[in-house]
Design a protein around this ligand. Structure first.
Ligand SMILES: NC(=O)c1ccc[n+]([C@@H]2O[C@H](COP(=O)([O-])OP(=O)(O)OC[C@H]3O[C@@H](n4cnc5c(N)ncnc54)[C@H](O)[C@@H]3O)[C@@H](O)[C@H]2O)c1
Length: 376
């Protein structure tokens, strides 16, 4: 089974692109290359290149150059961005040629930013190899690099020419990285009805009834799951490419997550682990504010636990410190924190002014699970 859908951004007509999810897709990539392209420039990290570069390149119809960076968030920096652009000049890459990102979100983000900037923008194809990249970072055109003390601070909105997600690559994905992607998948399940679109499956029910197949990465199950998330992300991006409104709902759990990631130097948690804590925080906050029932809160926390997404905040971080870090987030405006909070089953709302006291109380509960009604 292969699923194919289209991201179509009405305000930017050239930015409609296919999103293909299936198995054994590498031989088909030649069909998605722009016709103008006579040279390819493949960016990957060491882990992914070792596993998949040979397989990918044996199927390509034109000459290619490769640029491999060290794996990990720390590689998503301006130094590597500069090196990539210089290597592209050396490889004689022209504006008609194509940059291919082969890897997780780190590679997609830095390669996409290079594609957006090199010669003011060249063709770009995403081949995501982590679950997080397949359901989230490869779709929607946000590309960026980090500054030493600020994540994703320099970047662009730059849509790819195509996204090709081959679920066979997930077979080698470490469990920790699978769980990180599952945090984003659960996020979609909790906001699905707010995306103004239909999915073939009810994500919440699907996640509750297919745990074994998902955790063992059964190919057909993963295609169905990733397709549902991709439909939701594509629908949101189609309605609001530049995040002036609806796209903000995709930040469910992210206000907590960004603060925790920055306070711990981006080393303590993966992005998804921090998002999982943030989603739990959003449910606790919503229940405290009376937005959702205790039953729905427990259902959500049980689902997080059942996928092993039970991370907590380190003891040495105080609620005040975390709150202050939230205020420094690039999405906080004039000291106002906006939270995306659940309001009903699979629905969320945007809450622009949550009281500091409410936030700090929830942070305390996230630090010590014994203080919360849910004790995983
Ligand atoms: N652009 C967006 O909209 C968006 C959205 C969410 C996250 N992000 C960004 O994505 C990044 C996180 O992405 P990620 O979680 O994919 O991390 P990642 O790219 O660092 O990959 C995680 C690890 O898995 C390894 N790996 C990747 N694919 C593999 C495979 N198939 N088999 C074995 N190992 C594999 C990588 O080498 C790496 O060590 C962050 O920088 C975050 O800011 C961007």
């Amino acid at each position: 089974m292969t699923c194919s859908l289209e991201v179509k951004i009405p305000e930017s007509p050239p930015h409609g692109y296919p999103l293909v999810i299936g198995e054994n897709l590498f031989p088909e990539i030649r069909n998605y290359l722009p016709q103008s392209s006579s040279r390819l420039f493949i960016i990957s990290d060491e882990n992914v290149a070792d596993l998949y570069l040979a397989d990918l390149t044996k199927n390509l119809p034109c000459p290619f150059t490769t640029f491999i960076i060290e794996a990990g968030e720390e590689s998503k920096n301006l130094d590597n961005f500069g090196k990539i652009c210089s290597a592209a000049v050396k490889a004689d890459l022209s504006r008609k040629d194509t940059i291919i990102a082969l890897g997780g979100g780190v590679i997609g983000d830095i390669a996409g930013f290079a594609a957006a900037s090199y010669q003011r923008g060249i063709n770009f194809i995403q081949i995501p190899t982590t679950l997080l990249a397949m359901v989230d970072s490869s779709i929607g055109g946000k590309v960026a690099v980090n500054l030493p003390d600020a994540k994703n601070m320099v970047g662009a909105f730059y849509q790819p020419h195509a996204v090709i997600a081959d679920v066979n690559t997930l077979r080698t994905l470490p469990d920790k990285e699978l769980k990180t992607g599952l945090a984003e998948v659960l996020k979609y399940a909790f906001l699905a009805k707010s995306c103004n679109t239909e999915t073939a499956i009810d994500l919440l029910t699907f996640l509750e009834s297919n745990q074994d197949k998902i955790l063992t990465k059964d190919s057909q199950t993963m295609i169905t799951l990733i397709n549902a998330c991709a439909v939701l992300k594509a629908a949101v991006v189609n309605q609001d490419e530049k995040e002036t409104g609806l796209r903000a709902i995709l930040n469910l759990g992210h206000t907590f997550a960004h603060a925790l990631e920055s306070l711990t130097g981006y080393r303590h948690y993966t992005h998804g682990e921090a998002v999982a804590i943030g989603i739990k925080g959003a449910f606790l906050l919503a229940a405290d504010k009376g937005l959702i029932s205790e039953e729905y809160k427990e259902k959500a926390l049980n689902l997080l636990s059942s996928y092993g997404l039970t991370y907590t905040i380190p003891d040495d971080l105080s609620p005040e410190e975390i709150y202050a870090a939230m205020l420094h987030d690039k999405k906080a405006s004039l000291g106002q924190l906006t939270f995306i909070l659940p309001t009903a089953m699979a629905e969320v709302g945007i809450f622009p002014s949550v009281l500091p006291k409410e936030i700090k109380e929830v942070i305390s509960k996230l630090k010590n699970p014994k203080n919360s009604s849910h004790n995983p």
